[in-house]
Each structure stands twice: as C-alpha cells, then as structure tokens.
Design a protein around this ligand. Structure first.
Ligand SMILES: Cc1cc2nc3c(=O)[nH]c(=O)nc-3n(C[C@H](O)[C@H](O)[C@H](O)COP(=O)(O)OP(=O)(O)OC[C@H]3O[C@@H](n4cnc5c(N)ncnc54)[C@H](O)[C@@H]3O)c2cc1C
Length: 387
C-alpha cells in the first residue's frame, strides 16, 4: 500500500488549499512536497487582489467561494483572515467594454454577487479623486477587497497541518513513475509513494511536472510588476476602494498607509528563465506613468517605497485547469488568479478527487483537453497576458 493517499506537488495557495480541503473531507494521508518554502513561489509575491467581478461563470463562482473561504478559515483558526473588504471598481474605457461589462453585471448578479454599472457622473461623486472624463463608466462590487498574502499563507499552513497534512519543504519532485497502483515519486528528500498526485506546481513547475508523465500542461510564466507609494495623498481616503483600468492593465489598492499600484506590459512575452525574481522594467513603468498620473492626479510625483516583480502564471484563456488527465494524476492551475480563486480551486480539486466530479462549474472552462481541442472561451476580465 502506498504511504500517502494523495501527494500534492507545490505548497503555494493552490496546493495548500487542496490539501486542506482533502483533509476536511476525511482523506487521511496527505503529503505536500515543496521545492522551496511554503508560499515562496508566485503566492507570496502577489498583490492580493480578491475580485468576484470575473469575466466568466467560472471566474465569478470561484471568486465568490474564495472570498467566503478566506473568511471562514480565519474564524476556524481564531485569527484574522487577512481579508480587507474595501470594494472594487473595474473601469471601462470604451463603449465596447461598456457593453461587455453591462452583460457581466447580469451574470454576477445571477450568481449572488452585488454588482452594479455606474456612469461617470455618479462615479465623480463617489470617487472624486479619479478623473472620470477619461472613462465611460465602471462596475462596482462593495464586497470585493484584498488579502495580505503572508497572512493567507500563515493561515492555510496552520490549518492544513492542524488537520494532519504533512508538509515537506526543500523537497523538489524530480521523477514520477507510474506503478501498478499509484505512483512512485523521487524527490530531493527521498522517495515517496502515493495513490494519487496533484500537480499544483504553479508558473515555474506545472508544465515540467506534466512533462514527467508526458502530459502537456499549458501553464506559462510572465513578468508582473508592483510598486507601492508609502504615503497616501490627502485627496484619497483611508481604506479607499480598489480600481482596475482594464484597457491599461493597471490596478490600485490600499497598502498600509499608502497606495499599491500593479501592472503588466501588454507586450510582455513568456519568461523562460525559471526565476520568480525578475528584472524590474523601469522603462515600461515610465511609459505607463502618464496613464495613472492622469487617472489619479494626486499620485503624480509621489515617491516609491518598494517595487517588485514576480512570475505570474497564465493559461491561454486565462481560465483555470481542474482535471485528471491520467488516472490518479490531477492538474490544478489558476490562470493568473490564484489569490482570488485559490481557496475555491482547492475545494473543487478535493471534490474531483473524492467524488470524481466537479459540480457547478462548466466543464469547458476547466478541463485540460480544451487547449488541444482549440475550444477556448476566455475570461473577459484579466491582466494583459502574452498570447
Ligand atoms: C507580482 C504578482 C502579483 C499578483 N497579484 C495577484 C492578485 O492580486 N490576485 C490574484 O488572484 N493573483 C495574483 N497573482 C497571481 C497569483 O500569485 C498566482 O496565480 C498564484 O499564486 C498561483 O498559485 P500556485 O499555488 O499555483 O503557484 P505558486 O505560488 O507558484 O506555488 C507553486 C509551488 O510549487 C513549487 N514547485 C514547483 N516545481 C516544483 C517541484 N518540481 N517540486 C516541488 N515543488 C515545486 C514552487 O516552488 C511553488 O512554491 C500575482 C502574481 C504576481 C507574480
């Protein structure tokens, strides 16, 4: 008999939430193997945006479940969940975007998410520090917010271990060999045997882990950048609502006493370096500067307290993967939304393993084979990712 019922590869947000949900469903022997330290991949580098305003049914549902799960976990542990509910404006820059956004309000509302379309006149009253003459309107959800990635990691590690999950750090998975029943896994910390394996190895591992069994997992990595202004201009209130200017690919949220600004260059290509820490593209930062300075004039000329880059994961349609392409071998990927969807993705992966089905999500938005079939739907609300 294999030593573990399930071995999860990768202790990022996805892998740990999967292990936690499996343990909660009564699976006894669960190992999580992490090449580095828990959370030290994309997860801890993220900006923590927690948005239910998705651009597809899957995105909307995963956002809703994940928000609830973060809060439930805080309550279960008796510590803060790390979630801050400040509300979120997703901003439309053209009539075409406006039409798409207005359709999405219906989808979100039908799924129980408070969401409304607002014209610039109303937005000028609500958010007076933004120059709304540049935009055609925005959608708004008051229950969106952000999480602190470090707190999220603290909580999910604590909760998974409390339920008996064994976490092996500095444990790189190198070889996977199918057995008559289950798998033999060679790692930098020795050999494991498990009945089932979950590939949750993120932007810098999911594809390679798939290759070990000859399975194509189209998860790639590209550069994403974040800067933080330590002080908030007086015009911007504390705990101000977040905003995402979809067409320009930048977003803002509160960060301690200041303001965090995240952005991706639409011309960014897949990064083949295998690193999480990448060069900061100051040239692009300067090219984007007129955009955000014109949008929020009070931010112009503010000094920067910190700036960082990270490898963000993406799939060709920005949607997740929740699938079992080979008996007992599962693939889980977030399509670049692993903070806002991670808890929900872990819940659905546990459902697939225990019940052999994924309920409530459209199969065409989550199954791995859609990429080979070329039947891609695409999520309407996402960062600019490489094509
Ligand atoms: C700068 C930045 C900002 C972001 N902002 C947001 C945001 O605001 N909201 C949002 O929803 N998403 C955001 N993201 C995306 C989000 O961080 C990711 O989608 C999410 O963290 C992916 O989680 P994961 O568990 O799949 O990957 P990871 O966190 O990378 O975890 C995978 C783990 O697998 C390990 N691993 C890889 N190969 C092996 C191996 N062979 N053996 C053992 N272990 C292995 C890695 O070391 C890693 O720790 C951001 C990303 C970046 C880089």
């Amino acid at each position: 008999m294999a030593a573990y019922d399930v071995l999860v590869i990768g202790a990022g947000n996805l892998g740990l939430w999967t292990a936690y949900h499996l343990a909660k469903r009564g699976v006894q022997r669960i190992a999580v193997c992490e090449r580095s330290w828990a959370g030290y991949g994309a997860t801890m580098r993220s900006a923590g945006i927690m948005r239910q305003q998705g651009g597809s049914e899957t995105a909307v549902k995963l956002g809703k479940w994940s928000r609830e799960l973060y809060q439930q976990l805080g309550a279960e542990l008796g510590v803060d969940s790390g979630f801050r509910e400040v509300g979120y404006y997703v901003v439309a820059s053209s009539p075409m975007e406006k039409a798409v956004f207005q359709r999405l309000v219906e989808l979100r509302t039908a799924n129980g998410i408070p969401n409304e379309w607002l014209e610039p006149e109303e937005l000028c009253t609500r958010v007076p520090y933004v120059d709304w003459s540049r935009f055609v309107g925005a959608t708004y959800t008051p229950t969106d917010g952000y999480v602190e990635p470090a707190i999220v990691m603290r909580n999910i590690v604590m909760a998974a271990r409390a339920r008996g999950v064994e976490l092996f750090e500095q444990c790189e998975v190198r070889v996977i060999e199918p057995l008559q029943s289950g798998y033999r896994v060679e790692t930098s910390r020795g050999v494991f045997e498990a009945e089932r394996i979950v590939n949750a190895a993120g932007p810098r591992g999911a594809r390679r882990i798939g290759e070990l069994l000859g399975i194509d997992v189209p998860v790639a990595a590209s550069r994403h950048m974040v800067v933080s202004f330590p002080e908030r201009p007086v015009e911007i209130p504390p705990a101000f609502p977040m905003m995402f200017v979809l067409a320009s690919g930048f977003y803002l949220r509160p960060d301690e006493q200041g303001v965090l600004l995240g952005f991706s260059n639409p011309l960014e290509q897949a990064d083949p370096s295998d690193r999480f820490l990448l060069d900061f593209d100051w040239n692009y930062f300067e090219r984007l500067r007129p955009e955000w300075e014109a949008t929020i004039p009070s931010l112009a000329g503010k000094t920067i307290g910190r700036a960082w880059t990270g490898s963000i994961d993406y799939t060709p349609d920005q949607l997740p993967i929740i699938d079992e392409p080979r008996f007992g071998f599962y693939v889980l990927a977030a399509g670049g939304h692993g903070i806002m969807w991670g808890p929900g993705l872990g819940m659905k992966m546990a459902e697939l393993i225990v019940e052999e089905r994924v309920s409530e999500l459209p199969a065409e938005e989550i199954r791995l084979s859609r990429f080979a079939e070329g039947q891609l739907a695409a999520d309407a609300i996402h960062l600019p990712f490489p094509h």
